[in-house]
Design a protein around this ligand. Sequence first.
Ligand code: AHG
Ligand code: MN
Ligand code: MN
Length: 286
Amino acid sequence: MSDAVTEVVETVARAAPEVRGGLSGRRRKTDAENASGETQLAADVWADELLAERLTAIDGVSQFASEEREDVLECGESGGYAVTVDPLDGSSNLKSNNSMGTVLGVYDAELPAKGSHLVAAAYVLYGPITTMVVARDGEVTEYVVEETDEGTAERRAVREDVTLPDDPTVYGFGGRVPDWTDRFADYARDVEDELKLRYGGAMIGDVNQVLTYGGVFAYPELESRPEGKLRLQFEGNPIAYVVESAGGASSNGEESLLDAEADEVHQRTPVYVGNEELIERLESRF
Ligand code: AHG
Ligand code: MN
Ligand code: MN
């Protein structure tokens, strides 16, 4: 892993205990909206500013973009990596004290960039414990991230070469059932007959279930919103990179998310990730 990429991943790992520690006092809504038109929580804004400050200071990072800010920040010399964050994924779970995450993408191209330009992707999961899943060079590693007595953070690998189990067990589908398209609803009926429902409302928590137990996560196309809800640059691409690096597959309904054209930084995309057979089955229906 190149120095700059390692430093980016380490910076997010080191920030994780601090982000987690700052959540309880920042559950209130602000009167601001993000680029996707969603009301921001104080925690969204605070986590974004904390990560922006640290990630833009890294030599070799040329661009920084966040789900919580309209524009891409140019930082450092051009020609370096472009770093994307979803500072708090599933922040609506803060009110109900359920799992949330931080999503990281490191691209070797200017944003907006296709997922095939990712050189690393990772997510922090603020669950009962804080873990971090890092995908790089085709391999996925899971770490436990803990705060040391000195107030710093250390991460230790607990699962090396993480791969999706061959036999899928769980599924999690977002959006409201009446808003699903007929073709997705047909697919969902099949999967519901075979697997167990595990949907927690934060993509990172739901994807981590799939990575751990095998299955499929989807935030699908909707009648009201054919492009779905999740953002390609900040959520779809990084998660697709992790799941594909773990031997799974991803799709936007037609092709791997990593092959999807990137036209603008905040574009949304349907997201389907999980075991290869379940993704192939979905694409055969679409
Ligand atoms: P974010 O909090 O970063 O906007 O992400 C929320 C996303 C994703 O985490 C989750 O899969 C989805 O929103 C849940 O959406 P619904 O509330 O519509 O189920
Ligand atoms: Mn998100
Ligand atoms: Mn978010």
